[in-house]
Design a protein around this ligand. Structure first.
Ligand code: NAD
Length: 488
């Protein structure tokens, strides 16, 4: 078991009070973390504000070099990061090894090199003037992350924000602070200057987050989490007019046309529902299958869902593990029960796994429902659990209508070999990310974010540098030999 302190102004700070972090798969205590209060929050924001002028004045190349060193530092501790992420989230080691760690490294490497592309522009204006824009960092960014992909979701805020000269105070989710603190160690060793990056932890969901998002010296807030908390974050930010970006929940559609590559669509539908035990913002829980292949797809999906190897997440062969917390287990149970009461039919799973060794965790069997109506609660609300719903449809128009029958708009999948149809449907779907014949691909080069209740602002790519982490300054210079006297 490790003990972690807060990371403030390049130093490890103890507060005398600690809380326990547990492995959701078995309840074992895996770390003790310091409890930050208002004093530590103020110290971290002050440190970030003091570090800002020097950090912003450094060249892109210098900051990029340090971010590249962070990527190297993560690489050097690859397995340790993957194991820590598995232990704190309950997600399978084969996922954290194959996805979270390489994706995090790629994010640091990409933003180490791309920041100089945040070009300004010269603007022709009437008269003898030079008019141009500069992209300037905001200052202190307050970053808040959820528990499900703690390292990568922190990285996609840290790397771009720092690359363009901001400094940061990060508040990870209370149950998954370990990888953020390990990352602080790596950043410290890589030579990121004191105060540029700070991490605060505490066991309560809202206390630190409220303080951070209301702090007047926090000039920009970057939030990833649930829609309900996103509303609160926006309200807090309004108290000092801090711009906010919100990456929130989802209820993504996965549309399979009859001419799709059946096996690929099936494999990705399973992944889109059971990766991370369905605890993904992009989870494609609403699977719409065109009528001619509906029964075949349904039967194959159910058979594969029932074959998933369920076990201890740190066993590299495990394909499906525990949910992250009891509330999540109870919520998943509630939605399945409600769906059945409302007339849905259970095809697989639908129950807790309580036999040893699952009794020590929050295991819920991979679940498949059909005969779900778009108006049922299970089809409308984000569940954040392993509950897939299969629904038949007929034709493009119905696919689009069903896909858009949600208040969320994060992502969507479209499966067909007819590229014209794929693009027609992709363009009509109300979501910030549409994958055609693939799913859950989130390269650092491309923008990522939602429509509707899934939030606004785009992370990743040049978009995040331009829209999230820099603000525009316009400079107008008088070049005229004449001057203009207004008074007298
Ligand atoms: P959550 O909203 O409960 O918590 C997210 C973070 O907000 C945590 O760090 C929490 O401590 C903090 N928080 C809670 N109350 C706060 C407050 N009043 N002020 C400021 N911060 C506060 O979410 P979660 O359970 O950790 O994660 C699951 C949710 O995150 C799901 O809804 C999921 O869809 C969403 N998510 C979205 C994306 C995306 O990219 N769109 C990615 C991952 C997860």
């Amino acid at each position: 078991m490790q003990t972690y302190r807060l990371y403030i102004n390049g130093e490890w700070v103890d507060t005398g009070t600690r809380y326990e972090v547990r492995n959701p798969a078995n309840g074992e205590v895996i770390a003790e973390c310091a409890v930050a209060g208002e004093a530590e929050l103020n110290a971290a924001v002050d440190a970030a504000a003091r570090a800002f002028p020097d950090w912003a004045a450094r060249s892109y190349e210098e900051r990029g070099e340090l971010l590249r060193a962070v990527a190297q530092g993560i690489k050097a501790r690859y397995e340790a990061f993957a194991l820590a992420e598995t232990q704190e989230t309950g997600r399978c080691l084969r996922e954290t090894m194959a996805h979270d760690i390489p994706a995090t490294i790629a994010v640091f490497e990409y933003f180490a090199g791309v920041a100089p592309a945040t070009l300004g522009e010269t603007i022709p204006v009437p008269g003898m003037y030079l008019n141009y824009t500069r992209r300037e960092p905001y200052g202190v960014v307050g970053a808040i992350t959820p528990w499900n992909f703690p390292l990568w979701l922190a990285a996609i805020k840290i790397a771009p924000a720092l690359a363009v000269g901001n400094t940061m105070v990060l508040k990870p989710a209370p149950t998954t602070p370990i990888t953020a603190l390990m990352l602080a160690e790596v950043m410290h060793q890589a030579g990121i200057p004191a105060g540029v990056f700070n991490v605060l932890t505490d066991p309560t969901p809202a206390t630190l987050g409220d303080l951070l998002t209301r702090h007047p010296k926090v000039r920009k807030i970057s939030f990833t989490g649930s829609t309900a908390v996103g509303v609160r974050v926006m309200q807090n930010a309004a108290t000092h007019i801090a711009p906010v970006s919100l990456e929130l929940g989802g209820k993504s559609p996965f549309i399979v046309f009859a001419d799709a590559d059946f096996d690929r669509a099936l494999a990705h539908a399973l992944l889109a529902n059971y990766f991370a035990q369905g605890q993904m913002c992009t989870a494609a829980t609403r699977i719409f299958v065109e009528r001619p292949i509906y029964e075949r797809f349904r039967d194959a999906f159910v058979a594969r869902a029932q074959r998933l190897q369920i076990g201890d997440p740190s066993d590299p062969t495990t394909e499906f593990a525990t949910l992250h917390k009891r509330e999540q287990l109870e919520k998943t149970e509630f939605y399945v029960r409600t769906a059945l009461e409302e007339g849905a039919k259970l095809l697989a799973g639908g129950r807790r796994l309580t036999e040893p060794p699952f009794d020590k965790g929050f295991y819920f069997a991979p679940t498949v429902l059909e005969e779900v109506q778009p108006t049922m609660r299970v089809a409308c609300d984000e569940i954040f659990g392993p509950v897939a719903m299969l629904m038949p449809f007929e034709g493009e128009a119905e696919a689009v209508r069903l896909a858009n029958s949600t208040d969320y708009g994060l992502a969507a999948g479209v499966w067909t070999q007819d590229i014209g149809k794929a693009l027609r449907v992709a363009h009509q779907i109300e979501a910030g990310k549409v994958w055609v014949n693939c799913y859950n691909m989130i390269p650092p080069q491309a923008p990522y974010g939602g429509y509707k209740l899934s939030g606004f602002g785009r992370e990743l790519g040049l978009h995040c540098l331009l829209d999230l982490y820099t603000q525009v300054k316009n400079v107008q210079v008088d070049l005229s030999p004449d001057y203009f006297e207004w008074f007298g």
